[in-house]
Design a protein around this ligand. Sequence first.
Ligand SMILES: Nc1ncnc2c1ncn2[C@@H]1O[C@H](COP(=O)(O)OP(=O)(O)OP(=O)(O)O)[C@@H](O)[C@H]1O
Ligand SMILES: [Mg+2]
Length: 230
Amino acid sequence: MNKSVSNTVLSCQNLSRSFIDGEREIKVLQGINLDLAQSESLAVIGASGSGKTTLLQLLGGLDSPTLGTVEVCGNNLSAVNETKRGDLRNQYLGFVYQFHHLLAEFSALENVAMPFLIRRVKPSDAFKQAREILEQVGLGHRLEHKPGMLSGGERQRAAIARALVTKPALLLADEPTGNLDSETGDAVMQLLLDLKNNYQTSMVIVTHDMQVAGKMDRTLKLDHGDLISI
Ligand SMILES: Nc1ncnc2c1ncn2[C@@H]1O[C@H](COP(=O)(O)OP(=O)(O)OP(=O)(O)O)[C@@H](O)[C@H]1O
Ligand SMILES: [Mg+2]
Protein backbone atom coordinates (compact mmCIF):
# COMPACT_ATOMS: atom_id res chain seq x y z
CA MET A 1 0.00 0.00 0.00
CA ASN A 2 1.49 3.37 -0.92
CA LYS A 3 1.74 6.24 1.54
CA SER A 4 -1.12 8.31 0.20
CA VAL A 5 -3.53 5.38 0.43
CA SER A 6 -2.47 4.38 3.95
CA ASN A 7 -2.90 8.01 5.05
CA THR A 8 -6.52 8.08 3.92
CA VAL A 9 -8.75 8.29 6.96
CA LEU A 10 -12.07 8.65 5.17
CA SER A 11 -13.07 7.52 1.71
CA CYS A 12 -16.54 7.71 0.14
CA GLN A 13 -17.40 6.19 -3.20
CA ASN A 14 -20.59 6.97 -5.06
CA LEU A 15 -22.26 7.72 -1.73
CA SER A 16 -25.99 8.18 -2.24
CA ARG A 17 -28.96 8.48 0.11
CA SER A 18 -32.60 8.74 -0.83
CA PHE A 19 -35.67 8.90 1.35
CA ILE A 20 -39.06 7.60 0.31
CA ASP A 21 -41.89 10.05 0.94
CA GLY A 22 -45.13 8.30 -0.02
CA GLU A 23 -44.84 7.73 -3.76
CA ARG A 24 -41.92 10.10 -4.13
CA GLU A 25 -38.20 9.36 -3.81
CA ILE A 26 -36.26 12.29 -2.36
CA LYS A 27 -32.68 12.02 -3.57
CA VAL A 28 -30.71 13.88 -0.90
CA LEU A 29 -27.17 12.72 -1.73
CA GLN A 30 -26.28 11.55 -5.22
CA GLY A 31 -22.97 9.84 -5.92
CA ILE A 32 -20.58 11.65 -3.59
CA ASN A 33 -16.88 10.81 -3.87
CA LEU A 34 -14.63 12.11 -1.13
CA ASP A 35 -11.21 11.32 0.36
CA LEU A 36 -9.81 12.83 3.51
CA ALA A 37 -6.20 12.39 4.61
CA GLN A 38 -4.85 12.18 8.14
CA SER A 39 -4.88 15.63 9.81
CA GLU A 40 -6.91 17.10 6.96
CA SER A 41 -9.88 19.29 7.82
CA LEU A 42 -12.91 19.84 5.64
CA ALA A 43 -15.78 22.27 6.04
CA VAL A 44 -19.11 21.32 4.47
CA ILE A 45 -21.47 24.17 3.79
CA GLY A 46 -24.82 24.23 2.01
CA ALA A 47 -28.36 25.50 2.29
CA SER A 48 -30.71 24.21 4.97
CA GLY A 49 -32.08 20.87 3.75
CA SER A 50 -29.20 20.29 1.33
CA GLY A 51 -28.22 17.08 3.15
CA LYS A 52 -25.33 18.09 5.44
CA THR A 53 -26.55 16.22 8.51
CA THR A 54 -27.54 13.27 6.33
CA LEU A 55 -23.96 13.17 5.03
CA LEU A 56 -22.41 13.30 8.50
CA GLN A 57 -24.72 10.53 9.74
CA LEU A 58 -23.53 8.34 6.86
CA LEU A 59 -19.86 9.18 7.46
CA GLY A 60 -20.28 8.16 11.09
CA GLY A 61 -22.13 4.93 10.35
CA LEU A 62 -25.25 6.21 12.11
CA ASP A 63 -27.25 5.79 8.89
CA SER A 64 -26.81 3.46 5.91
CA PRO A 65 -26.39 4.62 2.32
CA THR A 66 -28.89 3.75 -0.38
CA LEU A 67 -25.90 3.20 -2.67
CA GLY A 68 -22.14 3.49 -2.41
CA THR A 69 -19.65 3.05 0.41
CA VAL A 70 -18.02 4.81 3.33
CA GLU A 71 -14.64 3.58 4.50
CA VAL A 72 -13.11 4.78 7.76
CA CYS A 73 -9.44 3.85 8.13
CA GLY A 74 -9.95 1.13 5.52
CA ASN A 75 -13.11 -0.32 7.08
CA ASN A 76 -16.25 -0.37 4.96
CA LEU A 77 -18.99 0.66 7.41
CA SER A 78 -21.71 -1.08 5.35
CA ALA A 79 -19.92 -4.42 5.24
CA VAL A 80 -20.16 -5.06 8.99
CA ASN A 81 -23.00 -5.71 11.43
CA GLU A 82 -24.31 -3.12 13.89
CA THR A 83 -22.15 -4.38 16.78
CA LYS A 84 -18.97 -4.15 14.72
CA ARG A 85 -20.06 -0.73 13.40
CA GLY A 86 -20.42 0.42 17.01
CA ASP A 87 -16.92 -0.85 17.75
CA LEU A 88 -15.52 0.99 14.71
CA ARG A 89 -17.27 4.19 15.81
CA ASN A 90 -15.81 3.85 19.28
CA GLN A 91 -12.33 3.10 17.90
CA TYR A 92 -12.01 5.67 15.12
CA LEU A 93 -14.65 8.37 15.41
CA GLY A 94 -15.60 11.30 17.57
CA PHE A 95 -18.87 13.21 17.21
CA VAL A 96 -19.81 16.74 18.18
CA TYR A 97 -23.42 17.68 17.59
CA GLN A 98 -25.11 21.06 17.51
CA PHE A 99 -26.75 20.16 20.80
CA HIS A 100 -24.37 18.52 23.18
CA HIS A 101 -25.98 15.05 23.72
CA LEU A 102 -24.29 14.67 27.10
CA LEU A 103 -25.95 12.22 29.48
CA ALA A 104 -27.90 14.28 32.01
CA GLU A 105 -27.53 11.95 34.97
CA PHE A 106 -23.74 11.73 34.75
CA SER A 107 -21.07 14.27 35.73
CA ALA A 108 -18.83 15.98 33.18
CA LEU A 109 -16.03 13.62 34.21
CA GLU A 110 -18.21 10.52 33.80
CA ASN A 111 -19.57 11.73 30.45
CA VAL A 112 -16.07 12.27 29.08
CA ALA A 113 -14.79 8.95 30.47
CA MET A 114 -17.73 7.08 28.89
CA PRO A 115 -16.10 6.19 25.53
CA PHE A 116 -13.32 4.48 27.49
CA LEU A 117 -15.69 2.81 29.95
CA ILE A 118 -17.62 1.40 26.96
CA ARG A 119 -14.30 -0.06 25.76
CA ARG A 120 -13.84 -1.58 29.20
CA VAL A 121 -10.72 0.45 29.91
CA LYS A 122 -9.82 0.31 33.59
CA PRO A 123 -11.94 3.03 35.28
CA SER A 124 -8.95 4.67 36.98
CA ASP A 125 -7.26 5.08 33.56
CA ALA A 126 -10.50 6.24 31.91
CA PHE A 127 -11.08 8.90 34.58
CA LYS A 128 -7.45 10.01 34.49
CA GLN A 129 -7.59 10.68 30.73
CA ALA A 130 -11.02 12.28 31.02
CA ARG A 131 -9.73 14.61 33.73
CA GLU A 132 -6.71 15.59 31.62
CA ILE A 133 -8.75 16.53 28.56
CA LEU A 134 -11.34 18.36 30.68
CA GLU A 135 -8.48 20.41 32.09
CA GLN A 136 -7.30 21.13 28.53
CA VAL A 137 -10.72 22.47 27.60
CA GLY A 138 -10.76 24.66 30.71
CA LEU A 139 -13.21 22.58 32.73
CA GLY A 140 -10.86 21.28 35.39
CA HIS A 141 -13.00 23.08 37.98
CA ARG A 142 -16.26 21.56 36.73
CA LEU A 143 -15.51 17.84 36.83
CA GLU A 144 -18.36 16.88 39.12
CA HIS A 145 -20.97 19.13 37.51
CA LYS A 146 -23.80 17.45 35.65
CA PRO A 147 -24.70 18.91 32.21
CA GLY A 148 -27.66 20.79 33.71
CA MET A 149 -25.28 22.68 35.98
CA LEU A 150 -22.96 23.78 33.12
CA SER A 151 -23.36 26.79 30.84
CA GLY A 152 -24.01 26.26 27.11
CA GLY A 153 -20.38 26.90 26.21
CA GLU A 154 -19.14 24.67 29.02
CA ARG A 155 -21.43 21.87 27.84
CA GLN A 156 -20.12 22.19 24.31
CA ARG A 157 -16.55 22.09 25.59
CA ALA A 158 -17.39 18.97 27.59
CA ALA A 159 -18.90 17.44 24.43
CA ILE A 160 -15.71 18.24 22.52
CA ALA A 161 -13.64 16.69 25.31
CA ARG A 162 -15.78 13.56 25.08
CA ALA A 163 -15.39 13.44 21.28
CA LEU A 164 -11.61 13.78 21.46
CA VAL A 165 -10.73 11.86 24.63
CA THR A 166 -9.98 8.67 22.68
CA LYS A 167 -7.87 10.65 20.15
CA PRO A 168 -10.05 9.49 17.26
CA ALA A 169 -8.76 9.36 13.69
CA LEU A 170 -11.76 11.36 12.51
CA LEU A 171 -13.89 13.98 14.19
CA LEU A 172 -17.35 14.67 12.75
CA ALA A 173 -18.94 17.91 13.90
CA ASP A 174 -22.40 19.17 12.96
CA GLU A 175 -22.56 22.93 13.55
CA PRO A 176 -20.60 22.66 16.80
CA THR A 177 -20.75 26.41 17.38
CA GLY A 178 -24.21 27.00 15.91
CA ASN A 179 -25.81 27.18 19.31
CA LEU A 180 -23.29 29.51 20.97
CA ASP A 181 -22.73 33.26 21.07
CA SER A 182 -19.94 34.39 18.76
CA GLU A 183 -17.30 34.82 21.46
CA THR A 184 -17.91 31.39 22.99
CA GLY A 185 -18.21 29.96 19.48
CA ASP A 186 -14.78 31.35 18.57
CA ALA A 187 -13.25 29.92 21.72
CA VAL A 188 -14.80 26.49 21.10
CA MET A 189 -13.59 26.58 17.48
CA GLN A 190 -10.06 27.46 18.54
CA LEU A 191 -10.14 24.62 21.00
CA LEU A 192 -11.22 22.16 18.31
CA LEU A 193 -8.39 23.31 16.06
CA ASP A 194 -5.79 23.11 18.86
CA LEU A 195 -6.87 19.64 19.85
CA LYS A 196 -6.98 18.54 16.23
CA ASN A 197 -3.44 19.80 15.70
CA ASN A 198 -2.22 18.06 18.83
CA TYR A 199 -3.70 14.70 17.88
CA GLN A 200 -3.49 14.84 14.02
CA THR A 201 -7.22 14.23 13.97
CA SER A 202 -8.96 14.57 10.62
CA MET A 203 -12.11 16.62 10.76
CA VAL A 204 -15.34 17.12 8.82
CA ILE A 205 -17.25 20.08 10.14
CA VAL A 206 -20.68 21.19 8.96
CA THR A 207 -21.15 24.91 9.36
CA HIS A 208 -23.11 27.89 8.15
CA ASP A 209 -20.33 30.18 9.32
CA MET A 210 -17.85 31.12 6.58
CA GLN A 211 -15.34 32.27 9.18
CA VAL A 212 -15.36 28.80 10.70
CA ALA A 213 -15.13 27.26 7.21
CA GLY A 214 -12.15 29.51 6.47
CA LYS A 215 -10.20 27.86 9.27
CA MET A 216 -10.41 24.44 7.61
CA ASP A 217 -8.00 23.14 4.93
CA ARG A 218 -10.80 22.78 2.38
CA THR A 219 -14.41 23.84 1.99
CA LEU A 220 -16.95 22.01 -0.15
CA LYS A 221 -20.57 22.89 -0.74
CA LEU A 222 -23.45 20.44 -0.82
CA ASP A 223 -25.50 21.39 -3.83
CA HIS A 224 -28.16 19.25 -5.53
CA GLY A 225 -26.87 16.15 -3.77
CA ASP A 226 -23.24 16.57 -4.72
CA LEU A 227 -20.19 18.07 -3.00
CA ILE A 228 -18.76 20.80 -5.17
CA SER A 229 -15.77 23.13 -4.91
CA ILE A 230 -16.53 26.76 -4.20
N1 LIG B 1 -35.25 10.28 7.99
C1 LIG B 1 -35.65 11.05 6.98
N2 LIG B 1 -36.76 10.77 6.28
C2 LIG B 1 -37.17 11.53 5.23
N3 LIG B 1 -36.52 12.64 4.82
C3 LIG B 1 -35.40 12.98 5.48
C4 LIG B 1 -34.91 12.22 6.59
N4 LIG B 1 -33.77 12.80 7.05
C5 LIG B 1 -33.57 13.89 6.27
N5 LIG B 1 -34.54 13.99 5.32
C6 LIG B 1 -34.64 15.02 4.30
O1 LIG B 1 -33.39 15.16 3.67
C7 LIG B 1 -33.11 16.51 3.39
C8 LIG B 1 -31.76 16.89 3.99
O2 LIG B 1 -31.85 16.91 5.39
P1 LIG B 1 -30.60 17.25 6.31
O3 LIG B 1 -31.04 17.18 7.71
O4 LIG B 1 -29.47 16.40 5.91
O5 LIG B 1 -30.31 18.77 5.88
P2 LIG B 1 -29.23 19.80 6.41
O6 LIG B 1 -28.42 20.23 5.24
O7 LIG B 1 -28.52 19.22 7.57
O8 LIG B 1 -30.13 21.04 6.87
P3 LIG B 1 -29.94 22.09 8.10
O9 LIG B 1 -28.90 23.08 7.66
O10 LIG B 1 -31.30 22.71 8.20
O11 LIG B 1 -29.55 21.31 9.33
C9 LIG B 1 -34.27 17.32 3.95
O12 LIG B 1 -35.12 17.66 2.89
C10 LIG B 1 -34.93 16.36 4.91
O13 LIG B 1 -36.30 16.59 4.98
MG1 LIG C 1 -28.44 19.70 9.62
